[in-house]
Design a protein around this ligand. Structure first.
Ligand code: C2E
Ligand code: MG
Ligand code: MG
Ligand code: MG
Length: 288
């Protein structure tokens, strides 16, 4: 009976499995062409000063305009990109494009920075420094106007060479954010060694702020920790007024989320920046 059940389960699964295997292989083949065929695009999401509403920064988020499947989110293709190593050319493209975009708003809002996400694989590469410096120099962007967002897990698997690389990037003036903070397993002693400039509190804590006292305590603790370490702090995923009020009351400095603006095309971000008020010499980008 077990064998029969196994067999029918097998039969039921096969077509779906085969289909997903084919589309996976196809997707990988398509992804190989995506950078060259200019199918990737960036959206930008504002990061605001909670006290004033001033836009401080924008995070560049990659999308793939697939010729048949339409616009795909990072969750649909970044795992494949990471498995195949295609994440490296993708991230290189993102860094270059993000720097170019930031150069188009720097004359207006010199204090506003651009943030890009960096995959763990990229962090392990010695040429990350060259990639980043060529991108900023090529765009005519000051290094301090670029933030690299790294996840805790990417940092944890990092060797001393990775920490050295991050220190070199910091010496060049590039900012380093720890993304999705609180979801990894980094110890405080490890955090102490990473030359970070800011912590981004994961949106799962922000989402549960009002009903979960531990989530509230976590946001409070990370905000205090950031203050004590002299780091900037961003609450991610702020969607509602209530969440905004809570993170502001806790003393979090910056926020990002649908409450302030969804990821959008560069032109839209430039409009938001233009409305956001005059350049502020006390802006976060100038503070170091
Ligand atoms: P992340 O770096 O934590 O980026 C924030 C994600 O949260 C984005 O999803 C953004 O659209 C979403 N988000 C922003 N505000 C809200 C909100 O109020 N509510 C909710 N529910 N979501 C919000 P997205 O664009 O789908 O990106 C997902 C992840 O993919 C990013 O998480 C990042 O880890 C990765 N990623 C995106 N672009 C790149 C890239 O160019 N390179 C690399 N290596 N990773 C990227
Ligand atoms: Mg990020
Ligand atoms: Mg995040
Ligand atoms: Mg995330």
């Amino acid at each position: 009976a077990a064998k029969a059940a196994g067999k029918s389960a097998y039969r039921r699964c096969t077509p779906a499995l085969r289909e997903s295997a084919v589309s996976r292989a196809e997707l990988i083949a398509d992804l190989r062409r995506a950078v060259d065929e200019q199918q990737l695009l960036l959206e930008f999401q504002p990061i605001v000063d909670l006290a004033t509403g001033t836009v401080r920064s924008a995070e560049a988020l990659v999308r793939w305009q697939h010729p048949r499947l339409g616009t795909l989110s990072p969750a649909r293709f970044l795992p494949l990109a990471e498995e195949t190593g295609l994440i490296l050319p993708i991230d290189r493209w993102v860094i270059r494009e993000a720097c170019r975009a930031a150069a188009t708003w720097q004359d207006r809002i010199p204090a506003a920075t651009v943030a890009v996400n960096i995959a763990a694989a990229h962090l392990r590469r010695p040429d990350l420094i060259a990639t980043v410096t060529e991108a900023t120099a090529g765009a005519g962007l000051a290094p301090r106007a670029l933030t690299l967002e790294l996840t805790e897990s990417a940092l944890i698997e990092g060797s001393d060479a990775v920490l050295d690389r991050l220190s070199q990037l910091r010496e060049l003036g590039i900012r380093i954010a720890i993304d999705d903070f609180g979801t990894g397993y980094s110890s405080l002693s490890y955090l102490h060694r990473i030359p970070a400039t800011e912590l981004k509190i994961d949106r799962s804590f922000v989402a549960r702020l009002s009903e979960d006292t531990r989530a509230y305590a976590t946001v409070e603790m990370v905000t205090r920790l950031a203050g004590a370490y002299g780091l900037g702090v961003v609450a991610e995923g702020v969607e509602t007024d209530r969440q905004h009020d809570a993170v502001a009351a806790i003393g979090c400095v910056q926020g990002q989320g649908y409450r302030y603006g969804r990821p959008a095309a560069l032109a839209e971000l430039r409009t938001v920046l233009a409305r956001s008020g005059p350049p502020d010499v006390n802006g976060v980008a100038e503070s170091d």
